[in-house]
Design a protein around this ligand. Structure first.
Ligand code: GRF
Length: 201
């Protein structure tokens, strides 16, 4: 299965996919990485692993639609679009171009703590448990059908940093797992529910 990965920053989830592919556990290839920021560290990872990448910046386009069209063009031929820390909200136009073929990783147990700074939101709320979610992308922000989630405890001394770190280690397991399930044809979306055949949770 051919992946297109959208990033904006550090790219540690991109790295988890690269590691899965290079170790033979993930039957996929990353055909293109697209970043909306030229300084994203994710691009260093692409160079190191010889993965094709493009920088497509919003400010170079007069409209969101023209920006998204350029991304859609660059993704032609990919089977699955993975949002791995892509910090922009995509419009209905983009989402309709890849129906149920876009997934996102979000650092909370959705539907709690949507949008930015989900880890800080969990701390401020006083949650004892939070986590991370891989979900299909629909027009509702961070709220599409859930493929897999992991629970992560919030510890009494946690800061946003320590909690984010702990959640991230789960993200790095969850994202390649969800991509593998999809690539094996085991994931069926039935309305809001996702059924994963033969999943060993
Ligand atoms: C992760 O916490 C992910 O859940 C969120 O953005 C962050 C990206 O981190 N959507 P990285 O760039 O993959 O290291």
């Amino acid at each position: 299965m051919k992946l297109g990965v959208l990033v904006s920053g550090r790219g540690s989830n991109l790295q988890a996919l690269i590691d899965g592919i290079e170790s033979g556990k993930l039957p996929c290839s990353i055909d293109i990485v697209i970043s909306d920021r030229e300084k994203a560290y994710a691009l260093e990872r692409c160079k190191r692993h010889k993965i094709p990448y493009l920088v497509i910046k919003r400010k170079d386009f007069s409209t969101q639609e023209a920006f998204e069209e350029e991304i859609i063009k660059a993704l032609s031929g990919v089977d699955l679009v993975v949002l791995a820390g892509f910090m922009r909200i995509l419009s209905e136009h983009f989402i309709k171009a890849f129906p149920m073929k876009i997934i996102n990783i979000h650092p909370s147990l959705t539907p709690a703590f949507l949008g930015k700074s989900a880890q800080r939101q969990a701390l401020e709320y006083g949650s004892r448990i939070t986590g991370c979610t891989v979900h299909f992308v629909t027009e509702e922000l961070d709220s599409g059908p859930v493929i897999v989630q992991a629970c992560v405890p919030v510890l009494p001394d946690d800061t946003e940093e320590t909690l984010s770190e702990r959640i991230l280690s789960y993200e790095h397991r969850l994202l390649p797992q969800a991509v593998r399930w999809i690539s094996e044809g085991r994931v069926k979306v039935m309305g809001r529910k996702v059924v994963v055949h033969g999943a060993n949770y």
